[in-house]
Design a binder for this molecule. Structure first.
Ligand SMILES: Cc1ncc(COP(=O)(O)O)c(C=O)c1O
Length: 393
């Protein structure tokens, strides 16, 4: 049977990580990876997570199934972290999911059950996995304007024009902060203008929040969601705890579906639970139990915010460091977009040929689009990165 299958090439990012790992040259830099790294180049378990895990091991009495929607304490704590009371609780269907990806996948299942022929509009560009994940689930996807490559900034007018052209009732997928891959986010006034068009055109917002706390802070990063919550009857929100809790491999995320009223909430909740039952039946619990424990305990929560702040501040410092080093090494080129971007990712802004030369001649690895992970920069390697970039410009 399996002889009919063809061998697929390795995933671009995983292929890049392997290539970098096997490169014997020194120095070498991996700017392709999709995880946070500290100044030592490691992705450590957060201290607060270690403490919560220990408490969980000491106190957990059972590992019996919980249910397709996951634990209520996690869902409620994540709902409050996301919406901060901006929507009535009895309008929100909620599920713990295996990561943000699981959340997006369950959302796709619910959308398809509600309206099979709907289109989901995604930013151009968007996270590389949005298209295979949502498209693979069976959704129609179309792009809306977002990023202006010439100015390396948000193309607000283009975006608003695109949104105005979307048929009523279609779904718009928005990155609430730390847009992946550009790092360019609308500011609050721009989000309000975007929300105005969403309300006016009766579009259904589907918000992906995978980096809450990585751009400005936990509240500011949820601005779009809270702004929309008071203005639209329905909305989907996919949240991820992979980055802000460093729980990547434990697979922790949440899906929230805001509905018109509590009756609609009950219907959507039953359908979403049933979608889960047909895919993975129940979400993994360990990471979600850790997150619930941290969010519900004042001391652990405060310590988590401190560690989250450290990660965010390191990203800001590394952006600035790379920007300053490039200004020194390549004074004729403008890299100011690096410091305007937010979160882990942004485009360096070089061509695929230059990306290839950076890899071959200088052991500096990044994906072809020149998207870089700022967390791969350290005080030790920034000089090598800047000199290498200047050499290929
Ligand atoms: C924009 C965006 N959405 C969702 C995710 C999903 O993350 P995970 O499934 O690891 O929680 C990511 C991860 O990189 C992302 O960048």
């Amino acid at each position: 049977m399996f002889e009919s299958l063809e061998l697929l090439p390795p995933d671009a990012i995983i292929g890049l990580i392997t290539e970098c790992r096997n490169d014997p040259r020194d120095p070498k830099v991996d700017l392709g990876i999709g995880v946070y790294r500290n100044a030592a180049g490691e992705t450590p378990v957060l201290d607060v997570v270690k403490r919560a895990e220990q408490r969980l091991i000491d106190t957990q009495a059972s590992k019996a199934y919980i249910g397709s929607a996951g634990p209520a304490d996690f869902n409620e704590a994540m709902r409050d972290l996301t919406f901060a009371g901006t929507v009535a609780n009895d309008r929100v269907a909620m599920l713990q999911t295996p990561g943000g990806s699981g959340s997006l996948r369950v959302a796709a299942g619910v959308i398809l059950r509600a309206r099979e022929d709907t289109t989901v509009w995604v930013s151009s560009p968007t996270w590389a996995n949005h298209v295979p994940l949502l498209g693979g689930a069976g959704l129609n996807l179309k792009p809306y304007a977002y990023y202006d490559e010439t100015t390396k900034a948000l193309d607000l007018d283009g975006m608003l024009d695109s949104l105005r052209g979307i048929p009523k009732g279609d779904i718009v997928l928005l990155h609430t902060c730390c847009h992946n891959p550009t790092g360019i986010d609308p500011d609050e006034a721009q989000w309000r203008a975007i929300a105005d068009v969403i309300v006016e055109r009766e579009l259904l917002p589907f918000v992906d929040i995978a980096y809450q706390g990585f751009a400005t802070d936990l509240d500011a990063d949820a601005f779009l969601i809270r702004e929309l919550a008071g203005r639209v009857p329905e909305m989907l929100v996919a949240n991820s705890c992979s980055k802000n809790f460093g729980l990547y491999r434990d697979r922790v995320g949440a899906l929230f579906v805001v509905t018109a009223d509590s009756n609609a909430r009950d219907v959507v909740q039953s359908q979403a639970n049933n979608v889960v039952r047909t895919i993975y039946s129940m979400p993994p619990d360990h990471g979600a139990a850790v997150v619930a424990m941290i969010l519900d305990d004042d001391k652990l929560r405060a310590d988590w915010i401190e560690e989250l702040t450290e990660m965010r501040e390191r990203l800001c410092e590394m952006r600035q460091l790379l920007h300053d080093a490039l200004r020194e090494e390549a004074p004729d080129h403008d890299f100011s977009h690096l410091v305007r971007a937010k979160g882990m990712f942004c485009f360096l802004g070089v061509s695929p040929e230059q990306v290839s030369r950076l890899k071959k001649e200088h052991s500096v690895y990044m994906v072809d689009s020149s998207r870089i992970n700022i967390a791969g920069i350290t005080a030790d390697n920034v000089g090598h990165i800047a000199r290498s970039v200047a050499a290929v410009l």
